[in-house]
Design a protein around this ligand. Sequence first.
Ligand SMILES: *Cc1c(COP(=O)(O)O)cnc(C)c1O
Length: 400
Amino acid sequence: MQCIDPKKGNKLLTNVVTEKQNYKKDRAWIEINLNNLIHNANVLKNVMPKNCELMAVVKTNAYGHGDKEIAACLNQNGIDTFAAATVKEAIRLRKNGIRGDILILGHTDLDLIPEVLEYNLIQTITSYEYGKRLNQGRYNQKIKTHIKIDTGMHRLGLEAEAADKVIELFFMSNLEICGIFTHLCVSDSQQSTDISFTKLQISRFYELLDKIKDTGLNLPKIHIQSSYGLLNYPQLTCDYARIGIALYGTFSTLEDTLKNQWNLHPVLELKAKVAVTRAIKAGESVSYGRLFISSGDMKIAVIAIGYGDGYPRHISLRGGHVLLHGKRVPILGRICMDQLVVDISEIPKVKAGDIATLIGKDGEEEILAAEVAEKAESITNELLCRLGERLERVYIIDEC
Ligand SMILES: *Cc1c(COP(=O)(O)O)cnc(C)c1O
């Protein structure tokens, strides 16, 4: 699906529109460009070694982009391996018609294993003990699993050194070991100590795989890299790369995003309407706390979006901007739950109902998600996945 016939629509994606179609816009919303998503998936497939497949990470509502729509679009474009963080996320994907493998990356309570089986999901084995308990559960079929190996992150997984325990899992009769993987914790860094550490993690993992092979077992699917792992260590021998943030057309920091080595296209734009405009006089204050005081007569606009929608309050008084009529205008004073105020003295033609762009392009100007994240002293991943449920998500694709 690279395009859509607006008359016929699309079975999996009911809320898709084309650029030309008009859709009703309320106060604040997200526009998701599915052509950019498809572009990014293709770019990523091209940088991966030949036998490596893309595992699309769609946890936390696909980093705020809408998990069922993102997964459906990818599914229709030949991607059939997904990763979720939780069993509930994985079930949601299945209930919305997503086919293929769905790996649950995180812990699933044993009470919910019947659902893992019912929906044909794959559970990560997060520790030896957990694997043993999974094996002891009385289910009438084998549980599909991937074994997580801790090579230095010290979060989830069996220790890479404990080869005996890992091998034991392969012999547990109620487990089907479909994969084995590890996670890198400083693969984004260019510092030499971090590069050494990443190489150590990688070698620990491959050494473990050798020990498994030495016992005569066949290796299941293997995977190591996430977005930064693929960026900085692209040539590892793997069956999958687990890609989240890059799929959405950005990296975690502004610096990395601006390099844009792969020519990724941002998938998400965040927009909101001007609610009212008004004039204030010199010496008057704007918003809670009276932290902005006007030094002269000025014109301001109230934009109908706030931290209740996931736009970070931390950006207040830290030089944040929005785009209006293709120009950058500064945010004034504190960001509120449902509104924020901007200075429109330079563009007095702004009126109620005009559309402000908080993330995305307007004319020649662009505000990257990574820029907003940096202003919020965070990373793009956090910013995007916290964009709230109150925002409507509109999916846009080229018209055939
Ligand atoms: C979230 C996650 C990923 C995806 O990471 P990105 O940096 O967004 O590509 C990959 N693997 C694991 C284990 C994760 O938790």
